[in-house]
Design a protein around this ligand. Structure first.
Ligand SMILES: [Zn+2]
Ligand SMILES: [Zn+2]
Ligand SMILES: [Zn+2]
Length: 100
C-alpha cells in the first residue's frame, strides 16, 4: 500500500512549539544583508530567509541540519513546506503564526 493522499508528508511529528514573533533573519543581520521573506524551521525554531532572498538561509539551514520542515513567518500566511517531500501543507496548526 502507498502513503495515504491526505498525509503527503511523513515528517509532521518532528514539529516543535516555537515562538513566531521574530522579525529578522539573524544571519543576514550579522552580515549586514537584507532579505525578502522570513521562514522558520519547525524542528529547531531557527529563523532564516526565503529563496527569493540573497542568502537563502532557510534552505541553507535545511542542507546543514537536515531539518525538513519550515513555515512562513509572513503575517497572514499559514503554510508549512517540507523540503524532503517537496510538499506544502496548508491546513496544519503549526503553520499558523501568531503575528499580529
Ligand atoms: Zn515531509
Ligand atoms: Zn538570511
Ligand atoms: Zn532546524
Amino acid at each position: 500500500m502507498t502513503t495515504p493522499v491526505d498525509s503527503p508528508c511523513s515528517h509532521l511529528d518532528q514539529i516543535g512549539d516555537f515562538p513566531s514573533d521574530q522579525s529578522v533573519c539573524p544571519q543576514c543581520v550579522a552580515r549586514g544583508d537584507g532579505w525578502v521573506h522570513l521562514r522558520q524551521c519547525l524542528v529547531c525554531g531557527q529563523v532564516g530567509c526565503c529563496d527569493n532572498s540573497k542568502n537563502r538561509h532557510a534552505t541553507t539551514h535545511f542542507h546543514a541540519s537536515g531539518h525538513p520542515l519550515l513555515r512562513s513567518l509572513q503575517p497572514g500566511e499559514s503554510w508549512i513546506w517540507c523540503y524532503v517531500d517537496q510538499t506544502a501543507i496548508t491546513d496544519h496548526p503549526a503553520g499558523r503564526n501568531q503575528k499580529r
